[in-house]
Each structure stands twice: as structure tokens, then as C-alpha cells.
Design a protein around this ligand. Sequence first.
Ligand SMILES: Nc1ncnc2c1ncn2[C@@H]1O[C@H](COP(=O)(O)OP(=O)(O)OP(=O)(O)O)[C@@H](O)[C@H]1O
Ligand SMILES: [Mg+2]
Length: 264
Amino acid sequence: MAPALTIAGLSVFYGRRAILENLSVPALTGGSVTALIGPNGAGKTTLLRALAGLVPATGSIRLDDVELTRLTIAGHARFVTYMPQALPQRVALTVFEATLSALMSSREGGLSGGGLSSGEAQARALRTLERLGIGDLAMRGLDELSGGQRQLASLAQSIVREPTVLLLDEPTSALDIHHQMRVMQLVEELARERSIIVVIVLHDIAQAARFARRIVVLEQGRIAADGSPGEAITPETLARVYRVEARVERCARGFLQVIVDRAV
Ligand SMILES: Nc1ncnc2c1ncn2[C@@H]1O[C@H](COP(=O)(O)OP(=O)(O)OP(=O)(O)O)[C@@H](O)[C@H]1O
Ligand SMILES: [Mg+2]
């Protein structure tokens, strides 16, 4: 059965300020992509960090029968992989070494790399780079990559682990349109093939609507909309949450398009 992640009554404070307050999200299930969208400062990164166990949170985050809020950071890492919005700089590893070491560290945590021989682990690391279209960067140092290349390398480190829950914070923000599509296609395929629960933060609403089966809209730490792209993305929601006048139309292939006319 596909895994399910259920958030109930979740609150996160920075100092005395509530960033997320009593947030509840009905079960996110493995097998398809959920997009998390919302304005700057809405709390998207904070929510992903709470799901990854990186900020103290109260309330419940349940993965099937496991209460994640009771686990240590290492315990979380057995189930959840988080790709941060801001990437670490200056790591003296090649792209291949970094991908392989992400996979090996997941083995200790008992993720799907657990039973791999070192040859199999190397093959999987290379295959991941190739699926992202960066096989040719394998032997390059992380510190000599362009911004977009570094983002792809970081993504490789997250997806090679094939976690139960994959959290991606704006993973395509620095990518050209070819690599944006490639990443979104791959993430959607992985979700489907491996029944992974994928939550991806995006600012591109049309892209979210194209690849996500479900869209959760966050506004000032609260859920403003949650449903299929057609349910969550409406001119009314866009006006209320983003303060824009926008039209939502379907293209010839039936995908939602968002045409923003002006900020109000
Ligand atoms: N370490 C921190 N200490 C104090 N406040 C913080 C901290 N990190 C974030 N915040 C505040 O929490 C709120 C939510 O921030 P968060 O990073 O979750 O937003 P976001 O939705 O990811 O925005 P963006 O689209 O700009 O990435 C913001 O008001 C931000 O200023
Ligand atoms: Mg953010």
C-alpha cells in the first residue's frame, strides 16, 4: 500500500512568533507529486523543515504508524530526505562522490540503499546523474559548477536515496527550461515508480499544475487552498493569496495556464 503522511495541529515558532499555527493537512499519499505553493514568507520552507525534523514543532506528523515528531534527526533521516532552498557552498567533492556518499549515508539509516554492494551503489549514483542529464559532470568538483549545475547535483544527492518522503524546496529555481522539465518529469516518475511521497515547493504555478496531482496553497502559515490543480488554482485564490489579477485557462492539452494581468 502507498505510504501516507498526515499533518495534524502542527505549530512552529521562531522565538515567540508563530510561523505555522495549528496546521492540518489531510493525508499526502505516495505515488504522485504534491506541490506546495504560496507567497514569499508564507512558511513553505518552515513546513518542509518541520517535516524533515530540522525545526522544533508541536502537533503531529504521522507517516503511516510512525509519529515523526518523536524521532531524532537521525531517525527522521531514515524516512525523509530534504533538499534545501539554499545550497551549501564549497564542498571539496566531485559530483559523483557527493551523490555516492549521500547514498551510502542513507544505507546506515536503513533507506533503500541498505542492501547494495559498492558496485551497485556506484552504478545507481551514476544512473541518477544520467537521469538528471548531468552524467558528464560526474567527475567535476562541486565547487567549480554553475548555479544551475550545483542545483542539479544537489537534487541528485536527494533522489539517489529513494526515501519514503522526498521534500524539495524550489529545486528548479536556477534551471533552464530543458532541465526544469527533466527534473519535474523525473520527480513525477520516481513518485509513481517507487510510491514516494513527494512534496515540492514551486513558484511556477503552471508547472505545479502540470506535474502535481495535488496543490496545497500556504498563506501566512495557514492553508488557503488544498486540492486538485483545478480546485486549488482559481482567480479568486490568486487574488486573495498573491494579490494579483489573473486568469486561469486551459491550454489545448487541458493543462491549467495562469495569465497574470497585474499586481493589485
Ligand atoms: N531562522 C528564522 N528565524 C526567524 N524567523 C524566520 C527564520 N526563518 C524564517 N523565518 C520567518 O518565517 C516566515 C516564513 O519563512 P519561510 O522561509 O518558511 O517562507 P517561504 O514560504 O519558504 O518563503 P520563500 O518563498 O521566500 O522561500 C518568514 O516571515 C520568515 O521571515
Ligand atoms: Mg522558502
